[in-house]
Write a protein that binds this ligand. Sequence first.
Ligand code: ATP
Ligand code: MG
Length: 419
Amino acid sequence: MSTFKAPKGTYDLIPPQSAQYLAVREAIAAPLRNSGYGYIETPGFENVELFARGVGESTDIVTKEMYAFETKGGDRLALRPEGTASVLRAALEANLHKAGNLPVKLWYSGSYYRYERPQKGRYRHFSQVGAEAIGAEDPALDAELIILADQAYRSLGLRQFRILLNSLGDAECRPVYRAALQDFLRGLDLDEDTLRRAEINPLRVLDDKRESVQKQLTGAPLLRDYLCDACKAYHEEVRELITAAGVAFEDDPKLVRGLDYYTRTTFEFVHDGLGSQSAVGGGGRYDGLSEMIGGPALPSVGWALGVDRTVLALEAEGVELDLPSTTSVFAVPLGEEARRVLFAKVTELRKVGVAADFSYGGKGLKAAMKAANRSGARYALVLGERDLAEGQVQVKDMESGEQTAVGLNEVVAELESRL
Ligand code: ATP
Ligand code: MG
């Protein structure tokens, strides 16, 4: 063991478990790729100001959780704590919104960083797969994203997740609600920090996870009762579209999210097997974000699903992903000449697209066959001196144990057809 360990709040993805992570990323991405979302990749760090403005000065993410630093050149940067602000920044910078094809639909996958108190399901480095649909105000787009997330979780075999849905109103109705909520909060017995929060961003108090706070919020005014007609109609349409798609959801009138930019449709995916870190994903509409970071008005909607917590949710439900073995053929040479000949065959197999691996390090037959077993290969190729002299190789079916001799010149085509 080296003297170094992974930094606090982080962990490494290591085979074989790492295959689960890849499969989860893939399962979340597949419905997006299938629905017109193009892949986008942005840097792991951005100008700190982007997040301060885009995520919100009063959010925990910006005030407590951000890894902000100054470079030797004096730039103020931050490791990205989330994806939306960066993706929108990149789309604006590349003028994607001017290409006359709105909405711009993008998906991404990557690492995010938040300085949080590490616990199960809460890490300082974690992974998200996300999607953003930029530049259109259409309830079908909100519905599409919710349906695609549902499809992603279901394709993984998850069942114990729930979709919580709310509307946060817009620039017309939210200020009225905000004032009413503020009035209500001022009358509560809250600590100084929370009272300050109530002045800056009262909606976020609704998201306070402490029991002592939640108890006092029982009679709080609800946004639902303050929505303007346009927001009400929009929300009703989103609800109808996802209902028609057969996607179950729960109305959660207190649902707000930890980022300032959300408007109208807001949703969260929670899993009941995860204890307190129950959110496996979340998202919503952010009609004002583009203007907040200096762009034109571009009503948009998106989500981000946490890969780490999705893997934990799979474990909690006891779902075993059916991951086919990555190696199909494992080659076992016995002797120097066999090694050269078989290595060439492995290269040939790989060229024609057969996943093949090789017994390295001059192992004996027994150790090599153990390695073949461990690789999960369907076939082992064993080449001894006698086979070599006869121009053939033993093809062992690792499932049935059956072994047949195949000509060395024919073996690649033979395996190709058998697989
Ligand atoms: P929470 O309320 O649990 O802090 P959040 O609202 O901060 O979550 P989002 O910013 O909406 O989370 O991020 C979307 C998803 O990313 C979350 O639902 C979760 O699955 C995942 N996620 C967020 N923060 C972490 C973290 N520190 N460690 C692991 N996964 C995380
Ligand atoms: Mg958080």
